[in-house]
Design a protein around this ligand. Structure first.
Ligand code: CP
Length: 315
């Protein structure tokens, strides 16, 4: 694994999950493993969990984390080859990424999609430019199309709460939102859940089909009630339309997950990556009740990042 950007294979993923669970029991067991190393965490977009959990993970391994909020503190970057830079951009990505590569042993990048240029987003253009020009291992802190550290934390959480059920029914349900939201979390959750061999049902209104690259092998069901029947894990997430790229086609409040929606899934645990819009995507009663795993997922973000950084320190 040269970079951590996606699900690679079940064997590696299980290894990362097992290591993460070992770190959860004893976070500082490898506290000197990364002595003298630095990780640069570069954010082109806002973050709470990813920013803090990655720093904690690095610190637990003795790696020094340095965060650059590129969107607020860095120069405006030019991403395109051959541009005459006589407009707003100040520094070319090939110069900035090369400098960052020379400062750090590992880079970690967050670069959201534009949601206006489907071709560029599908090809993860901005994230790819950092990978291309930094010359260092790069960890995705969420790119245009994937959020692998979130998905690793989600699979850790499913494994922790799945002890009595070796073949859980996992459902990914679309939820309403007022903003156009990227596809990365939904794509990655599908990719990792299917990759780990779980059965996955995806439910969404017509027009919200995800990129088939990520959903091959999943059952697609546009009737949410039917999809939720007997679910063991329900992952709630909004995403904008992929086919009508970046558009909001529905804000139908009946898609918000409530206790009533789960009347035929009495044992279902409910997941969300956070931040969540309460009483729009998910009801208070669920988020504040016993079904919710959202805080567990957020805690597991530390150990997911720690296992990935540790893996890079071994390479
Ligand atoms: N789930 C997640 O990635 O949270 P942040 O956007 O706050 O980092």
């Amino acid at each position: 694994m040269n970079h951590f950007t996606k699900f690679e294979n079940k064997e590696l993923s299980q290894k990362l999950i097992d290591l993460a669970l070992a770190y959860k029991k004893e976070p500082r067991k490898d506290q000197h493993k990364g002595d003298g190393k630095r990780i640069g965490c570069i954010f082109l977009n806002p973050s709470l969990r990813t920013r803090v959990s990655t720093q904690l993970a690095a610190s637990n391994l003795g790696v020094e984390p340095i965060v650059l909020n590129m969107d607020k503190e860095g120069w405006a970057l030019e991403m395109r080859e051959g541009e005459i830079m006589n407009k707003g951009t100040v520094e070319h990505i090939k110069d900035a990424a090369a400098v960052l590569g020379s400062y750090f042993d590992i880079l970690a990048i967050r670069a959201f999609p534009s949601l206006t240029n489907r071709e560029e987003d599908i090809n993860d253009f901005v994230f790819g430019q950092f990978v291309r020009y930094s010359g260092k291992p790069v960890i995705s802190l969420e790119s245009a199309i994937r959020h692998p550290l979130q998905s690793l934390a989600d699979q850790i959480t499913i494994q922790e709460y799945c002890k009595k059920n070796e073949n859980p029914k996992v459902v990914l349900t679309w939820a309403p939102h007022i903003k156009a939201i990227p596809h990365a979390v939904a794509n990655s959750f599908a990719e990792w859940t299917l990759g780990m061999g779980h059965s996955l049902t995806i439910t969404h209104p017509e027009g919200y089909e995800l990129d088939p690259l990520f959903t091959k092998g999943a059952t697609i069901e546009t009737n949410q009630s039917k999809a939720l029947e007997d679910a063991d894990f329900v992952y709630v997430k909004n995403w904008s339309s992929f086919n009508d790229y970046g558009k909001i086609l529905s804000t139908d409040p009946s898609w918000m997950l409530t206790e009533q929606s789960l009347s035929k899934a009495p044992h279902a645990k409910v997941m969300h990556c956070l931040p969540v819009r309460r009483n729009l995507e998910l009801s208070d009663e669920i988020l504040d009740g016993d079904r919710a795993l959202v805080q567990k997922q957020a805690e597991n973000r530390i150990y997911a990042a720690q296992s990935v950084i540790s893996h890079f320190l071994d390479s």
